[in-house]
Every structure is written in structure tokens, then in C-alpha cells.
Write a new protein. Sequence first.
Length: 356
Amino acid sequence: MTGDSRARPAPRGSFAAPLTACGLALIGALLLSAGIGAVAIPPQDVARIALARGLGLPLGGGWPAAWETILFSIRLPRTALVALTGAALAGSGAAYQGLFRNPLADPYLIGIASGAGLGAVLVMAWQWPATLIGLATVPAGAFVGALLTTFLVVNLARLGAPAAGAARASVTALILAGVAVGAFASALMTFLMLRSQGELRRAMAWLVGGAAQGGWEPVWAALPYVAAGLTVLVLLARPLNVLQFGEEQAQQLGVDVERLKLIVIVAASLATAAAVAFSGLIGFVGLVVPHIVRLAWGPDYRRLLPLSILAGAAMLLLADVAARAVLAPQEVPVGIITALAGAPFFLWLLRRAQAA
């Protein structure tokens, strides 16, 4: 996998086919997620109701009126938030892997998600916001935490080899630094939650990846951060491709490497922060999805980033469906599902990276 990530990006057929495949997978996951629950709604009816609302047509077209309330007040807000989270984590993971030229870089594994979580909890500890404007401060706090954690982890990973540069940090050093910083941030989060009173205790479920709040407000609060961060990353696909040749060659080919690093870190941290702020610490999405996409359609970041964004949203939606179905009517935090599926994949990748 390390060899793939550093190889010259090569096209693998038309981009339309994988884009269509990922798009259809996302649509199917959206319909399934919105239909699963205590009151099951068939996917075709989910599509009909959503289409009628989207086109401004009269509702009540042969389905129970309660379905409309369930969909628009409960199911669709959650589905949209989970999709945004999966897209943000997968897109950020792909960008981090390209920036560090490290196949194991991931917002969760290298501690950035924990730093974002600490920033969010600090804002929540001050006052759990209930309005849209108040909710917008949560991803802002998470963004600051993610940014500080990123620079701390990178600099810790470079200790002992200061001339190597951030992109040359070894797999082991980056993971060890991320584990140490992430554990410290997680400990502070837990301490703040245990010391808190009232509504902040709800964040204990959020800590392992669960929807802490309902309604559309978290979606609208997270959307600008996720959209801005992922848009910047997609626009940087070509310089990320060039960076895979090495920093010196990228510089010779006209890429401002230091500026590229800064922009990618800021944009990926922004998207990660919004995901963590409202969905909690969900691991392995940013690790697994880009690798699956890379294996299927190649390492070209002009494909890898948009396809990872679509596939990440679909994968996390399916994991959320499993979280609701496995012990129904009880709900398992989706972070547990992604960890159970992602941990074996991570061990396989680690073994493969060590053998390379």
C-alpha cells in the first residue's frame, strides 16, 4: 500500500463508472437509513415522500401521515448528519494519507479526532448550546482543538529527525505520537464530563460515536464547515498527486509544499472538527474507506478524494443502520460498529506496511 500511495497516479478507465457506483451506493444507503427504525418505512416510500417534499408537491399521497413527521423530524436529520460525518472523515483521511504520504494516517488513529473532541467538550462545558448560533460554536472549538493537535502530533513524530519534514514522519512515530496525544485528550474529555452537571452528561454517549442531538440544527451548523473543508481538499487533488513524488520534486514542479501542507491541514481539520463536534469519536472510517477506493480505482487524488467522500458517507450510513438493528430496539453507538469492522482492517494494513 505504501508503494501504491507513492506511485505515479495512473488513470483506470472512465471516472463516470466509479462515480456512478459510489453515487448509487450513497442513495441506497440514504433510503435504507431513513426507512429503518421502530416504524419501518419502505425505501420506495421514503423516496416518494422526499421527492414530493423536494418538488413542493402535496404530501399525503397514499402513505400514513405519521410517516412524514417521522421522516422529516427524526430520520432525515439523523441520516443527513451521519452522511456528512462519513464524508468528512473519509475525505480528511484520504487527504492526511496524501499529505503525510503515510498509508496509516487517519484523523482517529493520529489523535486529531480526540483533539477535536476535547475542543468541542470545552465549548460544551462552558454552555451546551441549544440554538443554531450556539451550536455553531461547537465545531469552531473542535476546529481549534484539531488544529493544535495536528501540529503537536506532527512535531512529536519528527523528534529525532528534524530535517525529515512532516511528510517524512515514519508510520510508527506518527501513530505513537497520535496515540499518546489522543489518549491525553480523551482523558481530559472524560474528566470534564465526569465533573460536569446536567446536560453535558449526554456527551458520554457522544464520546463513543453517537448522535447526541436531534433535529436539523446540528446539520445546518456542521454543513458549512464540512462543505468548506472538503471543497478545498478536492480542489487540491492535483498538487497532492504531485506531492507523492516527494517534496523536492514537487517543489521543482511548481508546488509550494509548505503552503500546501498548511492548507491541507487546515481544511482537513475543519472537516474533521465538524464531524467530531456533533457525531463523536468515530474511528477507522478515514482509514478504511480511502484504502478501499484506492484499491478499486487507483491512487489518483482527482478520483480518490471525491470517491472517498461519497463512499465514506455511504459506509457510515450502513454502519449506523447496523448500530440500530443489531440490538433493536436498543441502539449501539456507531463508533463501536466501525471499530469492530475497522480494527482487523487496520491490523492487516499495518502488517502490509511493515512488510513493504
